[in-house]
Design a protein around this ligand. Structure first.
Ligand SMILES: NC(=O)c1ccc[n+]([C@@H]2O[C@H](COP(=O)([O-])OP(=O)(O)OC[C@H]3O[C@@H](n4cnc5c(N)ncnc54)[C@H](OP(=O)(O)O)[C@@H]3O)[C@@H](O)[C@H]2O)c1
Length: 307
């Protein structure tokens, strides 16, 4: 296990889960530092306070300023980036500055769909910034890297549709209705958000196995029809179902990109998942000690509890 960790984006959607698991594994780490923005110290004051209470060092700075970032890198050996989609390319300078300091390993912000799944992946719009980061990282010789590829988060998929748009797929527990993508039978590998944190810690605990590689990991593989069957079982009633077939989904997706609709990215990712773009013959969980993972049943139960 590395000894001096810096997390960037620790209070973000997935950063929170990653940070929580790292704190739980704290016994084996000397220092955990987070670099956060001034805005976040105001907007998420109680969360920041809780992090300080749990022994985390909180540094405030701007991830676009070399001085702030290099100050945060001081004596750090491993950087875990959890920055959001709109600042993915900012990781290029973050990696360059890391290569000029004590940092030896960098986890770029991935935690999602495999951006190099097939030849077609190279032209998918939502992948472009992450692909640029991987290309840059491949030119840096004195830093090791690990890309944690988790596929979609089941917590988000087993929930209301994005932006309330039913055609994009989703599950409405209150109204017992859902919208399924494709023909409902296509299998998708999901990771629960809590498991993303567990898998990241497992990767830290297995540095040789995770060195300079993409780790393809997940919690479980299932199909929209099977998710629906589990919701019906746990709620004890039949649900109203509608399907958005793949052709229809592609049409909506293309229109969304043309109209600069904020749903466009989600539609492309969901189309990739529905096409089987998260399925593999083998996953890498075993390489990093096969940590216990949540099941589809757990995730459906939690979705019902949240509703
Ligand atoms: N698999 C999936 O289903 C799925 C779903 C969502 C996201 N993801 C992936 O997970 C990774 C993290 O995404 P996220 O949704 O967790 O991120 P997020 O919540 O949008 O943002 C994470 C953090 O990025 C930092 N940040 C710094 N500068 C920023 C700026 N100008 N604008 C926005 N954020 C800024 C912020 O930290 P400070 O305020 O502390 O500076 C923020 O809390 C991404 O690679 C994303 O593609 C995957």
């Amino acid at each position: 296990m590395p000894q001096n960790l810096l997390i960037i984006g620790a209070t973000g959607l997935i950063g929170k889960y990653i940070t929580k698991e790292i704190i739980e594994a704290k016994g084996s780490v000397e220092r955990i530092v987070i670099l956060t923005s001034k805005d976040t110290t105001h907007n998420k004051a109680s969360e920041i306070n809780d992090l300080k209470q749990s022994g985390i060092e909180v540094l405030v700075g701007d991830i676009t300023k070399e001085e702030d970032v290099k100050n945060a890198y001081h004596d750090i050996d491993t950087v875990i980036s959890c920055v959001g989609r709109n600042v993915i390319a900012q990781q290029i300078p973050l990696i360059q500055w890391a290569s000029e300091t004590s940092v030896t390993r960098f986890f770029p912000s991935e935690y999602g769909t495999d951006i190099e799944y097939s030849l077609e992946s190279a032209s998918e719009k939502p992948h472009q910034q992450k692909l640029k980061v991987r290309r840059y990282m491949s030119t840096v010789t004195n830093l090791e890297c690990t890309y944690l590829v988790t596929g979609p988060y089941s917590d988000l998929y087993f929930a209301e549709p994005p932006f309330g748009r039913f055609e994009a797929g989703g599950f409405n527990v209150k109204e017992k209705k859902c919208s399924l993508l494709g023909d409902g039978k296509g299998r998708i590998s999901f990771t629960a958000m809590a498991d993303v944190g567990r898998l990241l810690v497992a990767a830290l605990q297995h540095p040789a196995a995770s060195r300079n590689r993409v780790l393809i990991v997940n919690s479980f593989t299932t199909s929209p029809d099977d998710i629906l069957a589990e919701f019906e079982k746990q709620t004890g009633t039949k649900w109203e179902v509608q399907y958005t077939g793949l052709e229809k989904l592609k049409e909506i997706e293309e229109r969304a990109w043309r109209n600069q609709d904020p749903l466009a990215t989600a539609l492309t990712l969901r189309r990739i998942w529905a096409e089987g773009g998260t399925l593999y013959e083998k996953r890498d969980n075993e390489l990093i000690g096969d940590p216990p993972m949540e099941t589809m049943t757990d995730q459906v139960r939690q979705a019902i509890e949240r509703s």
